[in-house]
Design a protein around this ligand. Structure first.
Ligand code: ZN
Length: 423
């Protein structure tokens, strides 16, 4: 029996994904009590590069049932290369009885013929939420930012609007009492790809630490400026998207296109960084955060950037490996400084190539992490975010005193490149 995804009743069981970030395709209940859920996936502006990485839905009326859930349709295409989905074979989806506390399924079985995964659960409550990894919505971020509003070390600024008119918010964290002269400027970005919710938990951990009363955080605020795009694709996150904006554009490609209508997110982020470079003169370290299935690594212009950038990359990698759960046995990856095909340039390539910013990508695995012995959960991500803040502060190149451009110092306040500032 084939049923649409929402609100269907069968023997008292319903499925629902009509909430923020919710996503599931066709759902089939078979007579033997199995629930077969097709993952929706998402394609780009040309109908290519199908990515199946996100699902998030709720089953109701399941208390006491022995659930067998088969998630299917993980085949796809990455960078124009088709794959059979087997890269997802070690996936351990998560479940929750309250939509807040998440646990990985104890085991999962790969089903090659269906390009799918089978998980089992004896349901203890009437409702269970199921997702690829613990979700993090625009509402979660807004709630956090509302709680932090009024913190004197945080400025929230709307630098533009997404295709669906959601605000693109830039956060600035520093000690305003110290001015900006001589501080290291560290610029972070997360959720260029909507499914990568784990990176938002990292950002939350980093924000909570940097804005805390801890002496170590206070010291970092005196020597560093953090600029953060916490949610680079708010529309995608809201709709339960995977990798592309409203019009199908990959927001970590296309940085050489910058179309204000079809990719307003890239357009306003680029403009904000460029404005900052013009007024403040530098970004000492840029990092965009991403999730992969099964690999932790950082990647940057090690060769193209010369010895100083290579040394920065290796030092950054070494501290991550020594101090955190970051599992990356083979050192930092080298990234070509640019791409020849229009529409394929990443944010890190654009920033390095056009602005000479030492720009790095970080991938964080969602599958079981060998150091943790399990998939990283919310507490692991929060802790990693805290550690990441201290490591970034330790490795970011130190500016010579007074190197920050005059106008900002003279104004004695943070540069504002939009008239719209959230108080
Ligand atoms: Zn990504």
């Amino acid at each position: 029996m084939i049923l649409p995804a929402l609100g269907i009743l069968l023997a008292g069981v319903t499925v629902d994904a009509r909430f923020e970030s919710g996503s599931i395709g066709t759902v089939v209940f078979d007579g033997a009590g199995r629930v077969r859920c097709e993952v929706k996936g998402e394609v780009d502006q040309d109908g290519r590069n199908r990515q199946p990485s996100w699902f998030y839905f709720r089953l109701d009326g399941v208390r006491g049932r022995d659930l067998v859930i088969e998630l299917t349709g993980f085949h796809g295409e990455y960078n124009y290369r088709r794959h059979d989905g087997s890269g997802h074979r070690h996936m351990r989806p998560v479940y929750s009885y309250d939509n807040r506390n998440w646990l990985p399924f104890e085991s999962a079985e790969w089903l090659p013929a269906a390009s799918g995964l089978r998980v089992k659960l004896k349901a203890r409550r009437k409702s269970v939420w199921i997702a690829r990894q613990p979700p993090y919505t625009t509402r979660d971020l807004n709630r956090l930012l509302a709680a932090l509003r009024g913190n004197r070390y945080l400025q929230q600024q709307i630098v533009g609007r997404s295709a669906e008119q959601r605000p693109v918010v830039l956060l600035t964290i520093t000690d305003p009492g110290d001015g900006l002269g001589g501080k290291s400027v560290i610029w972070l970005m997360a959720r260029q790809h909507a499914w990568e919710a784990g990176t938002s938990w990292v950002i939350e951990g980093l924000l909570r630490f940097l804005l805390s009363q801890e002496a170590e955080a206070a010291a970092i605020r005196r020597t560093c400026v953090f600029k953060i795009f916490a949610m680079a694709d708010p529309d995608g996150v809201y709709r339960g998207g995977v990798r592309f904006n409203k019009y199908g554009y990959d927001l970590n490609r296309n940085w050489d296109v910058r179309d204000p209508v079809r990719m307003p997110e890239i357009h306003c982020q680029w403009r904000a960084i460029q404005d900052w470079m013009e007024s403040a003169g530098r970004v000492d370290l840029f990092l965009t955060l991403h999730n992969t299935e099964s690999a932790d690594y950082i990647e940057g212009p090690l060769t193209a950037g010369g010895p100083a950038v290579a040394e920065l990359g290796w030092r950054f990698w070494r501290l991550l490996v020594e101090r955190t759960s970051f599992y990356s046995p083979n050192g930092p990856h080298d990234q070509p400084s640019r791409t020849e095909t229009r529409g394929r340039m990443t944010v890190t390539q654009a920033l390095f190539h056009e602005l000479r910013v030492p720009a790095f990508l970080m991938e964080l695995m969602v599958d079981s992490n060998p150091k943790l012995g399990r998939p990283p959960m919310i507490q692991d991500r929060l802790r990693f975010g805290r550690d990441l803040a201290t490591i970034l502060a330790a490795v970011a190149p130190k500016a010579a005193p007074g190197r920050t451009a005059g106008p900002i110092k003279a104004a004695g306040r943070l540069a504002v490149n939009s008239t719209e500032v959230i108080r």
